[in-house]
Design a protein around this ligand. Structure first.
Ligand code: GUN
Ligand code: ZN
Length: 434
């Protein structure tokens, strides 16, 4: 393949560390007039345009974005593909919401054509919103994951997904068995895990919908293949937490159920964790597991307020999740808007640089992919966004009053959404243009 080298000039901002660990000023790099150089799908240089331009050949193609900010692509650490068609389902909290809306909606994925149609819509929506990597729940049907990976592969996206395993406490039309879930997951792993930029996640829905036999086999799968992910839900809703205690009376608590079945690992991501206790946060951190903070979902389903300071105290890896369709937006900008309010309601703050970290490098660390994505460091995948300061009249007017990149960033996260994402690049390719 011939070398393809391109450069992009704009204001450029990326996280390079967690503000909770190094302080805000050391957590990011900002180039007011920056240049990003991309060679064959990877970033090869990043710096001030004035310094880098001189080192580049005179004939290099340079795209200059005015009134725009280049950032790394966003990383969504928790989302459900088969819930795309049910965002904004009225009136229920978690357990009734699952029975009333979610399970019937997911049942449609038995149909291959439906799975393919929604996979296409879903990936378009991710890219329109600037999400270049997501950790994705399929439905119980393997075809939901095949359709998703086929569509992601065509665009050379870095994506992680898995077929839901659930063999009890759900309608018959939507359950597998311990054995069938093991065999179907295994076949998907063999077909997709490690293929290009795709990875597989073993996906028991949550403790109430898996028998001990199924959880045992989920743990077994993790032992059989290197670098597999595990994703599930934990301690999202108080009724759910009580139900898990009834179903597993011999375990110390909710997390201990997953711990017992060897589902805690460096590549395990637990969604929500709204009602985790101190000991559980400590155990998650000790095992290198991560939590997906899903503020729009936690507010929409009335689940509660995630305690980010407690997670930080334990040095627990936290990523950001939209949790569509419990969550109400594919936009990580809108998700950060709600995250800020969740912190305000607890008398705490969320600095714009911590927010940027959560949506990019924090997510990459939660997924153990920080060597590849989440920053604009040379040597990493060229997954990046162009955010348009003039996306809406109000944003344009408001940003003209901004006195600092901190203020600009915070306003982008408060007023921004899919309209703000002018271009999305994945592996150096333009995969969305507004
Ligand atoms: N817990 C178990 N399944 C689900 C789901 O689909 N969405 C959410 N938000 N929580 C869950
Ligand atoms: Zn979820």
């Amino acid at each position: 393949m011939p070398l393809t080298r391109k450069a992009y000039r704009a204001a450029i901002l990326h996280s390079i560390a967690d503000p909770a660990e190094v302080g805000i000023e050391a957590s990011y790099e900002y180039f007011e007039d920056g240049l990003l150089v991309v060679d064959n799908g990877q970033i090869s240089a990043l710096g001030h345009a004035s310094e880098l331009l001189a080192s580049l050949p005179a004939d290099i193609e340079i795209t200059h974005y005015q009134d725009a900010l280049i950032t790394p692509g966003f990383i969504d650490t928790h989302i459900h593909l088969p819930q795309t068609g049910m965002v904004g389902a009225y009136g229920e909290q978690l357990l009734d919401w699952l029975n009333t809306y979610t399970f019937p909606c997911e049942s449609q994925f038995a149909d291959q054509a439906h799975a393919e149609e929604v996979a296409g819509i879903f990936i378009k929506e991710l890219l329109r919103n600037g999400t270049t990597t997501a950790l994705v729940f399929g439905s119980v049907h393997p075809q939901s994951v095949n359709a998703f990976f086929e569509a992601a592969q065509k665009l050379d996206l870095r994506m992680i997904a898995g077929k839901v395993m659930m063999d009890r406490n759900a309608p018959d039309y939507l359950t597998d068995t311990a054995e069938s879930s093991y065999l179907e997951s295994k076949a998907l792993i063999e077909r997709w895990h490690g293929k290009g930029r795709l990875h597989y996640a073993v996906t028991p829905r949550f403790a109430p919908t898996s028998t001990p036999e199924q959880l045992t086999l989920a743990g077994q799968l993790l032992g059989e293949y290197p670098d597999l992910y595990m994703q599930t839900h934990i301690s999202e809703n108080l009724q759910e937490v009580e139900w898990v205690k009834e179903l597993f009376p011999e375990r110390k608590g909710y997390l201990d159920v997953y711990d017992h079945y060897q589902l805690l690992s460096e590549r395990s991501v637990f969604a929500h964790g709204v009602h985790l206790c101190d000991d559980e946060c400590a155990r998650l951190a000790q095992t290198g597991s991560a939590v997906a903070f899903c503020p729009t979902s936690n507010l929409f389903l009335g689940s509660g307020l995630f305690n980010l300071p407690m997670a930080e105290k334990h040095k627990l890896n936290v990523g950001l999740g939209t949790d569509v369709g419990g969550g109400t937006s594919f936009s990580l900008l809108q998700t950060l808007n709600e995250a800020y309010k969740v912190m305000q309601l607890q008398g705490a703050r969320l600095s714009p640089f911590k927010s940027l970290y959560l949506a990019t490098l924090g997510g990459a660390r939660a997924l153990r992919l920080e060597e590849r994505i989440g920053t604009l460091q040379p040597g990493t995948d060229a997954d990046f966004l162009v955010l348009d300061y003039n996306a809406t009249p109000l944003l344009s007017y408001r940003l003209k009053q901004s006195k600092s990149i901190a203020e600009t960033l915070f306003v982008l996260m408060t007023l921004g959404d899919d309209r703000t994402v002018a271009q999305t690049y994945a592996a150096g390719n333009l995969v969305h243009q507004r």
